[in-house]
Design a protein around this ligand. Structure first.
Ligand code: GZL
Ligand code: ZN
Length: 370
């Protein structure tokens, strides 16, 4: 009943939106006939700087129906369990979409397998859930199944990462700005090197993931302005520790004069450190090799505090409250933001001063929510 009612509300208001000509359909889908002054032609990225540093439970408010027994059914097709970041993100969703908060969560860990993830979404459609959240393993291949969800009247939220699909096929995209993360890493490196040469090795994330594509694009945007830098090689470590170690071992066999390793997440950095330890290569603030990492998870920031990782660019995994907020707005028939950018910051080892990053201390580490 809820879904059917919802889809009626959606289509009626979309007609209203089209009539008022406020960019109906597409990423600016209005779910209520907007008052003249609140038509969003290009929905501003929500300013989530004020987003509370959520504690590990969650700040997601309970849905209006909480306690009424009429739970909102949410299907969540998660990437997998490849990293500490993913574990924090999964926990955050499970905390936010709890029964106590008025939800019935169907969770599928797709184990980094695209076919499993697509099958999970089709399963949610068959179960006739009220909403579907997808953290897409890859950006490609989503149009067909998103059309199937839309035909079934089930709103889809794209979370954490992004998809190469027609934006009219989903309600919203929630996640960090991966290109900015890559640029922050590049800008910090330029500041730290201060004109010195760099021979750079990159351990990329999972092939085809928007996190990988964005961080690579952003870092290269900066690197291309520095002729004194050379990117020797760039291989995927699949966002895992084993992958990071494997790629670093092969890099060590092929290259002897590198002085920077960019790891596109903390787990790859741990693997790279293991490989460099085994090869007697020193790294960090007192070593021969600069390590840049992404995610700023607790262990990643411990290594940064210890000076083993020089710079760690955050990607905040605590995003479930933004998804819950969108669902509650859709339930209430009110307008939603087409994009929610979850704010990040960066951290550097003690002794490093940077305009792009916070210098680590025990106090900074103790104050982190994940
Ligand atoms: C980033 C997220 C990435 C993390 C990795 O938003 O998609 O996937 O950086 C995770 O740790 O595997
Ligand atoms: Zn330069």
């Amino acid at each position: 009943m809820k879904k059917k009612l919802l889809s009626v509300i959606l289509s009626a208001t979309m007609v209203a939106a089209l009539v008022t000509g406020c960019g109906g359909g597409g990423s600016d889908t209005q779910t209520s006939a907007p008052a003249a002054d609140n038509t969003t032609t290009d929905a501003p990225a929500a300013d989530t700087t004020s987003a509370p540093a959520a504690d590990t439970t969650t700040d997601a408010p309970a849905a209006d129906n909480a306690g009424s027994g009429d739970l909102i059914k949410v299907g969540f097709a998660q990437v997998g369990h490849e990293s500490d970041w993913r574990a924090a993100n999964t926990q955050n969703y499970q905390d936010a979409f709890s029964e106590a908060n008025g939800y019935e969560l169907s969770f599928v860990d797709a184990d980094n397998d695209n076919a499993v993830q697509l099958e999970a979404v089709r399963g949610f459609i068959q179960q006739e859930v009220d909403y579907i959240c997808i953290a897409p393993i890859e950006t490609a291949g989503w149009d067909t199944v998103l059309q199937e969800a839309q035909d079934a009247g089930i709103p889809v939220l794209i979370v954490d990462r992004s998809v190469d699909a027609d934006a009219s096929l989903y309600e919203t995209q929630i996640g960090c700005d991966m290109v900015l993360e890559g640029e922050t890493a590049g800008n910090w490196l330029a500041e730290y090197l201060d004109g010195a040469d760099a021979k750079i090795l990159v351990i990329e994330g999972s092939v085809g993931a928007s996190a990988t594509l964005g961080r690579t694009e952003g870092f290269n945007n900066i690197a291309s302005a520095h002729s004194e830098w050379e990117i020797l090689d760039s291989q995927s470590g699949d966002f895992t520790q084993a992958g990071g170690q494997e790629v670093m071992e092969s890099f060590i066999k092929s290259y002897s004069d590198f002085n920077v390793v960019v790891c596109q997440n903390d787990n790859e950095a741990y693997g790279a450190m293991d490989a460099m330890d085994a090869a007697g290569i020193t790294y960090g603030v007192d070593g021969d090799v600069i390590i840049i990492s992404f995610d700023a998870t607790h262990d990643g920031l411990q290594y940064t505090l210890d000076g083993k990782i020089n710079c760690n660019v955050e990607c905040n995994p605590l995003q479930a409250e933004f998804a819950a907020e969108v669902i509650q707005k859709l339930e209430a028939g009110s307008a939603i933001d087409a994009v929610t950018v979850v704010k990040d910051e960066a951290f550097v080892a003690p002794g490093i001063d940077s305009q792009y990053a916070v210098t680590m201390s025990q106090e900074v580490l103790d104050g982190r929510a994940y």
